[in-house]
Design a protein around this ligand. Structure first.
Ligand code: T4K
Length: 400
């Protein structure tokens, strides 16, 4: 018998919200202060707490991660060509575009989907100024290999660490690798401030530049030293961030438990591949739950599973499909690397729901649903790939 659909939609994520009394208490402080944005007292407190958490003084807060990255590149004076990954959220490449930098897309590695250092090295030209790598899903890039290339080739090493809040390598927060890291505090992230972003950086001299750039370029009241923008975090965002930070250890523990439950309950389902266990030196945040679907072994392809899950009120997401270079706005960018791994992964990847509020019994139910779809569809649906829509109709009829 088919499993019952969930009564309410299960989305790929759902933001953690602190107890409402904590937020209301903070709002009272904001009401007393009559200070809503522009370097307010709560923002400063948030900055100090993050500084402590990340073990660095070199941080700067923003109203979102996209503008943080854009300003990071601008403040560091990056130009020309930057080698980057096509397997990420669009904002990574948009930040290059807004700085008039040409993205050079190269391939990723098969286990953790991060930039392949050999492909990076092969793509360097006299115009290359930086590497922009992504700790995608919070999986750390091969930081030593990339640092070695950056040092030898005199390139800046920049990380989009949007997904990597809380990740450590050999006990060091991940922001200590590379010249600059950007973290997103968007509502869909394990750590969030509803919207928000942060830069951490090696060169403390950059702090004032980033502060100018996020505040119209103002230095004091009557001097504007550079054409900045408005990318300031406000007090409500900072308040949410402080409160969520207080729960961070429990949030990561919970995500790790969800991850191990998925792995245990799906281990006997053919055609589902999890990223291999990480080395013991890495403390991982389990922020996302990516799996690869092998259409031959599973019986149906990733897209059909994605559609079939919707019938059960389960809304997984195909992060990150299509590859960035295949979006219409980047199709004109020349891509020399065949992107063999990235192309395959983009066709197979599916991010399953994971968020702290997701009950373990619901994770098990999602797994049972996937196992049921696999069993029911594998032998019964025998329609060629090019009739995918027809296949979907067949799958729907099996489920009903
Ligand atoms: N670099 C990387 C590698 C990134 O992944 C991102 C953002 C950035 C840079 C840029 O950082 P920010 O400027 O965003 O700080 C979402 C997020 O909007 C985006 O922040 C995130 N990456 C990306 C991976 O995912 P969508 O278009 O998938 O979001 P949406 O609205 O479809 O939300 C996904 C699901 O989350 C919904 O189905 C339901 C749930 N949800 C969402 C929101 C906003 C909730 O339950 N509550 C909510 O408030 O992009």
């Amino acid at each position: 018998m088919a499993p019952q659909p969930f009564e309410k939609p299960i989305h790929v994520t759902k933001p953690f919200l602190p107890p409402i009394e904590e937020f209301v208490g903070g709002l009272e402080e904001i009401w007393d202060n009559h200070w809503l944005t522009n370097d307010g007292p709560i923002l400063r407190r948030f900055e100090r707490r993050l500084s402590n958490y990340f073990e660095t003084e070199n941080i700067c807060l923003f109203n979102n991660g996209t503008l943080a990255l854009q300003i990071g590149l601008q403040g560091m004076g990056i130009s020309g060509e930057v080698i980057t990954t096509p397997f990420t959220f669009v904002a990574t490449t948009h930040a290059l575009f807004w700085n008039k930098i040409r993205p050079v897309f190269v391939d990723i590695e098969p286990d953790y989907y991060t930039l392949d250092p050999d492909a990076v090295e092969a793509a360097i030209t006299p115009w290359t100024t930086a590497i922009l790598a992504v700790h995608v899903y919070g999986f750390p890039c091969r930081v030593d290999a990339l640092a070695d290339i950056a040092r030898r080739q005199n390139l800046a090493l920049i990380y989009d660490a949007a997904h990597a809040f809380g990740v450590n390598i050999s006990g060091r927060p991940i922001c200590h690798f590379g010249d600059l890291s950007m973290f997103s505090f968007h509502a869909t992230k394990l750590f969030h401030s509803s919207e928000g972003g942060m830069l951490t950086f090696r060169d403390s001299g950059l702090k004032s530049t980033f502060d100018y750039l996020k505040n119209f370029g103002f230095k004091g009241e009557v001097e504007v030293v550079m054409p900045g923008t408005n990318a300031k975090m406000n007090e409500m965002q900072a308040l949410m961030g402080i409160l969520v930070l207080g729960h961070m250890k429990a949030l990561i523990d919970r995500s790790r438990l969800i991850d191990s439950t998925y792995r245990e309950w799906l281990k006997d389902v053919p055609g589902i591949k999890f990223p291999p266990p990480l080395s013991d030196s890495i403390y991982y945040n389990s922020a996302y739950q990516p799996v690869e679907i092998d259409a031959v072994e599973f019986g149906i392809g990733r897209d059909e599973l994605y559609e079939a899950l919707k019938e059960f009120n389960i809304f997984a997401r195909r992060y990150f499909y299509p590859l960035l270079c295949d979006y219409s706005c980047y199709r004109s960018v020349e891509v020399r690397d065949p992107l063999k791994t990235a192309r395959g992964v983009a066709q197979r990847i599916l991010c399953l729901p994971t968020y702290p509020d997701l009950a373990i019994t619901d994770v098990q139910r999602i797994c049972e649903t996937i196992a049921w779809i696999q069993k029911s569809c594998r032998d019964k649906v025998n329609i060629p790939e090019d009739k995918a829509l027809h296949r979907h109709a067949q799958i729907s009829s099996l489920i009903q």
